[in-house]
Design a protein around this ligand. Structure first.
Ligand code: ADE
Ligand code: ZN
Length: 327
């Protein structure tokens, strides 16, 4: 069996990872103790036992609770460093990392504390792990556009510390159209644009993300296959879909990995690739996603593995010279 070794060893980029979703239960408890935060779970095992999700919202409730232990710059550094060490071990050579500032500023943690801790880890990873990493600020779509504008304002002194903006949290009922004006402002600022769409929400949300936000990539996008005209459009434009196989199973988007449609997305000519989304909650990091996916779908071959890795670099926001090195 040479395929799992290939999957593990091939260089790859990760483009859909929420840094707060890399917070392992052990680190949650360590930070809770360090910061004097009381958790509604007795121990690591009790917390892990709560990771039985029925949909996106049931996950988000626990994910936001877990993030409540993050208070100091050192906490954000420790979280990001732990992820970057795991990424390096999985031969992730480039990562574009989402962070959710509103989860922290709403608890009174200054934006500056969040960005400084994350930025420190990003710089150290480049120097010590050889991983290039960039940050993407995500707006929480269950909050208002006004709150997104306020967050953007707080972020502007740190504009050079992040390369783009995204849209995450509860999808259904919060369409991209709700954030049209704030994303227009972000485009004026020269920020890259991405958005979660078509995870639980309908293909129409993907169309909105493209037309109204001018999203350069779609995060998840697995429901695009329900709309043939949309598939043709995504294929023609090579719009990347940052697909997250283990996440989709844990959040009941697909019954199990044998049912996942990533093979069909590739066969339709779409620029899809594998990502981990929230690896501490969904059962594994990058290589775990690859190995479990390929084990569940024997029709996926080394050619598919190569295409997924190639797509991850094509879809990244690195400059053309660096892309030539990696592709
Ligand atoms: N925030 C963290 N993970 C997410 C996901 N899979 N979908 C939407 N928002 C998220
Ligand atoms: Zn996500």
């Amino acid at each position: 069996e040479r395929l799992p070794a290939l999957l593990r060893l091939m260089p790859k980029a990760e483009l859909h990872i929420h840094i707060e979703g890399s917070l392992e239960p052990e680190l949650i408890f360590r930070l809770a103790q360090r910061n004097g935060v009381t958790l509604p779970y007795a121990d690591v095992e009790a917390l892990r036992a709560a990771y039985a999700f029925t949909d996106l919202q049931s996950f988000l409730d626990i994910y936001y609770a877990g993030a409540s232990v993050l208070l100091k710059e050192q906490d954000f550094f420790d979280m990001a460093w732990a992820y970057l060490e795991k990424a390096a071990a999985d031969n992730v050579v480039h990562a574009e990392i989402f962070f959710d500032p509103q989860t922290h500023t709403a608890r009174g943690v200054p934006f500056e504390t969040v960005i400084k801790g994350l930025n420190h880890a990003v710089h150290r990873a480049h120097a010590e792990l050889g991983v290039s990493a960039k940050l993407i600020l995500c707006f929480l779509r269950h909050l208002s556009e006004e709150e997104a504008f306020a967050t953007l304002e707080e972020a502007l002194p740190w504009r050079h510390h992040f390369i783009g903006v995204g849209l995450d949290s509860s999808e259904v009922g919060h369409p991209p159209s709700k954030f049209e004006r704030v994303f227009a402002r972000c485009r004026e600022l020269g920020l890259h644009i991405v958005a979660h769409a078509g995870e639980e929400g309908p293909p129409a949300y993907i169309v909105e993300a493209l037309d109204l936000l001018q999203s350069e990539r779609i995060d998840h996008g697995v429901r695009s296959l329900e709309d043939p005209a949309l598939v043709a459009r995504l294929a023609a434009a090579r719009t990347p879909l940052t697909v997250c196989p283990l996440s989709n199973v844990k959040l009941c988007v697909f019954d199990d990995l044998t049912q996942h449609n990533i093979g069909a997305l590739l066969d339709a000519g779409l620029c899809a690739m594998v990502n981990s989304d929230d690896p501490a909650y969904f059962g594994g990091y990058m290589n775990q996603n690859f190995v479990e996916l390929f084990a569940a779908q024997p029709q996926l071959t080394a050619r598919h593995a190569y295409q997924l890795a190639l797509n991850s670099f094509e879809a990244s926001f690195v400059d053309a010279d660096q892309k030539r090195v990696w592709q």
